[in-house]
Design a protein around this ligand. Sequence first.
Ligand code: DAH
Length: 340
Amino acid sequence: MNNIEEIVKKASEQIQKAQNLEAVEALKTQYLGKSGEITKLLKSLSEYSVEEKKKIGALLNCAKKDIEAEIEKRKEFFASFETEENMKKERTDFSSAFSFNFPKGHLHPISQTIEDISAIFKSLGFETAQGPEIETDWYNFEALNHPADHPARDIQDTFYLEGMKNLLRTHTSPGQIHVMENQQPPIKVIVPGRVYRNEASDASHSSTFHQIEGLSVDKNVTFIDLKSTLTLYARNFFGFDLDIRFRPSYFPFTEPSAEMDVQCFFCKGKGCGVCKGTGWIEILGCGMVHPNVLKAVKYDSEKYTGYAFGIGVERIAMLKYGIDDIRLFYENDLRFLRQF
Ligand code: DAH
């Protein structure tokens, strides 16, 4: 009786391991065929008494059924692959074992902010231009009507390159000069890019940051055009429910000059820590292009007028995403970057 049990166990193991139909058929013959192990035992029943025949016969019939069931199960498993060819392929397809799920990256929050702002100006008819990060004094200061004693020219604020002839641009405004030198009005352009200031970094200062310069020059461009364009930008970017205001300001390259504030979007103008209790947040500098700037690029300042503006990208991104330390943008800590 033990022998029968062992045969069934061994047969089951072999059938479960069989790799194709032929192997299963061979096992069927080995156990249940004319001279198979179970068949032989059935044939030998005549040697036993009637009592034993009954008992052993019943056991052998059970064993036969068990082995047949195991064979059917294995055959069904093979049938679940449409063809044996498929089964072979299935069994040897290791592609998933060697494929890696490379994580997809995304744009840096500063790039995202530049794209969001650019998209709004694009919808208002502005083209995008690029300017060099290494500039001469002419482009960065002189042509932009900076007086010779302007504090920004100090090496405390500006990174001068060897020989003091070239410098790292301190703002994207020199982009205005390049565009006007290469193009006649009408001009409607934005110049996004990286700028440099020679200052120690802290939570709100960085020696490298980004700006978007804007310039529109044509006949009859007025302060109304400036206000309406920048109002549309602010409403689209910050929301239509927030108030905006223009405050008089000073920049050497614009006259008159202004700064634009948007109602604090954290407290909706009530006054909070972000807006330092004022209810307003400054979002850009702007003004009507100074006639001296138009003259510097040999435009007829009697014929043409224009407006310009400069947006600090980090500042906007920090406000939009509620970031309180500008240095987070440059540390490339994935725990920070993955949140955008
Ligand atoms: N260049 C200025 C700065 O870096 C920003 C700016 C202000 C640009 C007013 C302009 C403008 O074009 O009209 O702070």
